[in-house]
Structure formats: C-alpha cells, structure tokens
Design a protein around this ligand. Structure first.
Ligand code: GLV
Length: 330
C-alpha cells in the first residue's frame, strides 16, 4: 500500500518522529533550527502531501488551491488559526485543526506575569542589578504601580481570559471585560467580572490586557484613537496577536507618554520587533512564549499530531476547526 506523505513543519520530539516515520513518508523542516518557510518554498513542500503538521508559517489561498485534491489536513500547532486561510481550506475540502484547551493555564499564568512585570518594573530591576548598579539601599529606586485595588480590563474573555480573571481576583484586582457576546449574568457574577463597551474599558482600566483572536474585526483594534482614550498611567499587555495592535501607534503613544508602558509577547511583524521598543525601559518584551512551558508545548505538539493522524488514518478528530469538511467524502 502506498504510504501517505506528510510535511512536518516544526521540531518534533524523537518519540513522535518515530511514530510519524512508522506511519507516513514524513518530510521534516525544523522551524526552530532553520526558520519559517516563506510562501514560495512552503508551496513547493506542500506539493503531494496529504497532511501538514504546521507551526507558524502563513498558509494562504494560493497554497491551498494548488494542493486541492491531495491535501486533506493542516494540523496547526497553536490555538489561533489566523495563519491559515480557513475559508480557502474549507472550500478545498481541507480539514484544519488547532490545539485549544491544553494551553489555557500557562497562557493565563504568563498574562498575569506580564501584568505584574510591567506594573512592578521587574525587567528594569533585573537590568539594574545585572548592570552592577545595585550599590546602596534602594529606598527611592524603581517606584512602580499597584496591582491590588487596580482595574484589569480584559479584551476577549474566552477560556484563557476567564482563568486570568480568577488569578487577578487573587491579587485583589477589579476585573472588567469586553467581548462581542456578553457572558450570561450568573456566569459574570460567579467570575466577578463586569462587561464594558470598548471605549469605557479603555478609559477605566489601569491594565488593558488583550486576549482576543486575530480576525478582520480585531486587526488594529488598538490604535491611535484607543491610546488617546487610555489613562496616562495605564499599561497595555498584548498576549493575543501582534496585529491586534497598531505597533507604530503604540510606539508613538509611548513616546508621547499617552500611556505608562506596555508588555508584549506578540508583535505586528513578528518575529521583527520595532527597534524603538527595545530602547524603552517601560516596555517588557518576550518572544511569543506565553504557552511555552515544557509540558504544554509537548501537549500542543502531541494534540496536533493526533489530529493529523486521525484525519489521515481514521478515528475521531480531537479538535477540528472546520468540521464541516468531514461530512464530505474526499
Ligand atoms: C499561540 O500563540 C497559540 O495560538 O496557541
């Protein structure tokens, strides 16, 4: 029997590699070692593949149309699928899967860590000590912002946002949220969160935390007018996707002291980071590592692989994004 070909566009642990080699003709591209494949080479590597285990690169209409009839599944190693044209995939009968659930707790932890880091000037303190500047009793040093008693405004209250809300209450914060569909009153009351429209949340929150998916509606959701609405002592924390924030407008808002600081795990032109941000002491920068605990990264890759295997060899698909294609026969 002819073995199916798959593209593995990611690093994989040895045991998973052995499993994939056992079942498929696998073509490996280690993104961490060799970088993301650009659209041209990626399209070449997609050719004749029945499935792809995908990290990072953008898979658009052109690639999906070119693979029509051969490609059956793209198993994304992320919960967000903004790097895949899901409509084009559906139109071509290609199943898209993602990795929800397994990363909620670490992303919630990291969101809280970023609120604390930017509010309490953690990275500045670290740089101060490393620079050998800690030489006397630091009573007037690095005065920072409160956490307890302050308002956290969460934009995008899904599974992760709800876990952040619970953590924030442990720190004595007030929590409000903005989301297109409001939570039922009893759920909001149980979580201790209050809905706000976006302008009110921006004007009220000391910490504005982004956790919404990137969609055409949320692209540049936070730009110059939104920074103008925020408190001048407020911090922006972006744990969602870079393009939710207009990065140039953020740089200008920080320069003009329209807001007090920012903590960013994601960037508009990732992995490029605007060098203007590197220079700013009141900005905390991390390299898209919100879900990067060892356990979670391994769980994500395992879930993505199980999606790929089920789609190609049978069985229930754990986490399909466009399950409607399963009703069609290939
Ligand atoms: C990470 O950013 C994810 O979407 O899982």
């Amino acid at each position: 029997m002819n073995r199916l070909s798959v593209l593995v566009h990611t690093w994989v642990p040895d045991d998973l590699r052995a499993r994939l080699d056992d079942r498929f003709d696998a073509d490996y591209h280690d993104v961490f070692a060799d970088g993301l494949l650009e659209p041209g080479p990626l399209k070449e590597r997609f050719r004749d593949k029945a499935g792809v285990l995908l990290l990072g690169s953008y898979v658009g209409e052109e690639i999906l149309d070119a693979c029509a009839g051969t490609l059956r599944v793209v198993a994304n190693i992320a919960v967000g699928v903004d790097n895949i044209d899901v409509d084009a995939a559906t139109r071509n009968g290609v199943l898209v899967t993602n990795t929800p659930g397994v990363l909620d707790e670490p992303v919630a932890d990291m969101s809280m860590a970023m609120v604390l880091a930017v509010g309490r000037r953690l990275a500045e303190g670290d740089r101060y000590v490393r620079a050998g500047r800690f030489r006397t009793y630091p009573f007037q040093l690095l005065w920072s912002a409160d956490i307890g008693g302050e308002t956290l405004g969460i934009i995008g209250l899904g599974r992760i946002g709800k876990r952040v809300a619970a953590r924030a209450q442990g720190f004595g914060m007030k929590v409000c949220y903005h989301k297109r569909s409001r939570l039922p009153d009893d759920e909001a009351a149980a979580l201790g969160v209050e809905w706000r429209d976006l302008p009110d949340l921006l004007a009220e929150a000391k910490y504005v935390l982004l956790l919404c998916p990137l969609t055409p509606e949320t692209r540049h959701l936070i730009g110059a007018p939104e920074f103008a609405r925020m408190r001048s002592d407020a911090f922006l924390v972006n744990m969602a996707r870079g393009p939710v924030v207009h990065e140039q407008a953020l740089v200008e808002a920080l320069r003009a002291e329209e807001i007090a600081g920012a903590a960013l795990d994601v960037y508009e032109f990732e992995p490029k980071v605007d060098p203007a941000l590197w220079e700013m002491e009141n900005v905390v920068l991390t390299p898209h590592i919100a879900s990067a605990t060892r356990t979670t990264r391994l769980a994500m890759i395992d879930l993505a692989a199980r999606n790929l295997e089920a789609a190609l060899t049978g069985g229930d698909i754990p986490t399909p994004v466009n399950p409607e294609v399963l009703k069609r026969s290939f």
